[in-house]
Design a protein. Structure first.
Length: 295
């Protein structure tokens, strides 16, 4: 409809036109990339959300819209990761002992021994990483949104977990860490560049951030599409590949961002599957990203 036609339309038609225009504007707002604020397109429609991808070839960030609200998210975490009742079934595991040790081994390949370091585990879950790095001789604390998980950490006696960065700063105003570790945590954050900027404020001048997250360009992701378990997890709000994760970390203010050689050894994998993982890594089809960043 042209502008002339709108001027001569009836009041009722004018209202209808305005409603359509308002809805279209609202739709565009909802599908704008939250990172670069450019147009995005729907790529997967799931039962709990729609996954969009930024159209900008320099970004291509995938994100869930809408996200679960706080109440829904709390229920999802309780049901999937942290059942409060004794004997409740855990649907999705926290990082396992094997996975955490592989992660820490990869870190030590770059920085040497962690002994004596101050470590912050962001998204520490039930505290597997806290336990292991404490055994390695570090001074470690965690941040974890689940009260059930924080209680587990406290009762285990191998660390302290805070609800968020604000609580940590309140309790330890001068806190500064040599290493901040995020093991499959960044994909759960509402605005990861905001949380990462906050974490950067407690990173020592020569400190380093290490993180892992699933890779949207992995072979499994490409073959599974909408049914990829990482996309179907309702507590995941973002889905990264190397380019989009680099953009997020730089947006948080980190000057040095490096993708490291991926971890290709997984629990229960035999020789053939390990060889396959090494082959996939050569073509960027590996399952998980491993990143390092510093000031």
């Amino acid at each position: 409809m042209s502008s002339r036609e709108i001027r001569h339309a009836s009041p009722a038609n004018n209202r209808a036109v305005l409603q359509v225009a308002t809805k279209a504007a609202s739709d565009r707002a909802r599908t704008t990339c939250p990172l670069c604020e450019l147009e995005s397109k729907p790529v997967f429609r799931l039962s709990h959300t729609t996954i969009y991808e930024c159209r900008d070839p320099r970004c291509r960030l995938q994100f869930a819209n809408p996200q679960l609200d706080d109440a829904e998210l709390g229920r999802a975490y309780a049901a999937l990761y942290y059942p409060a009742e004794d004997g409740g079934r855990v649907v999705l595991e926290n990082a396992t002992d094997f996975e955490v040790r592989k992660f820490l081994s990869a870190i030590e390949n770059h920085v040497g021994s962690l002994r004596g370091a101050r470590v912050l585990d962001f998204g520490c879950g039930n505290g597997v990483l806290l336990r292991i790095v404490s055994e390695m001789g570090t001074e470690a604390v965690g941040i974890e949104q689940s009260e059930t998980a924080r209680e587990h950490v406290a009762n285990s006696g191998y660390g302290r977990a805070y609800a968020d960065l604000g609580e940590l700063k309140k309790m330890q105003p001068s806190a500064e860490f040599d290493f901040i570790m995020m093991c499959d945590a960044v994909e759960h954050l509402r605005e990861p560049w905001v949380d990462l900027a906050g974490l950067r404020s407690v990173l020592a001048p020569r400190g380093r951030l290490f993180m892992t997250t699933p890779n949207t360009k992995s072979l499994r992701s490409r073959l599974s599409g909408a049914s990829w378990d990482q996309r179907y997890n309702p507590t995941h709000f973002y889905y990264f590949h190397s380019q989009s994760l680099t953009k997020v970390v730089r947006r948080a203010g980190f000057g040095n961002v490096v993708e490291l050689r991926p971890i290709t050894e997984y629990r229960h994998h035999g020789l053939m599957r390990r060889a396959l993982q090494h082959g996939l890594a050569r073509f960027g089809l590996h399952g998980g990203l491993l990143f390092m960043a510093s000031h």
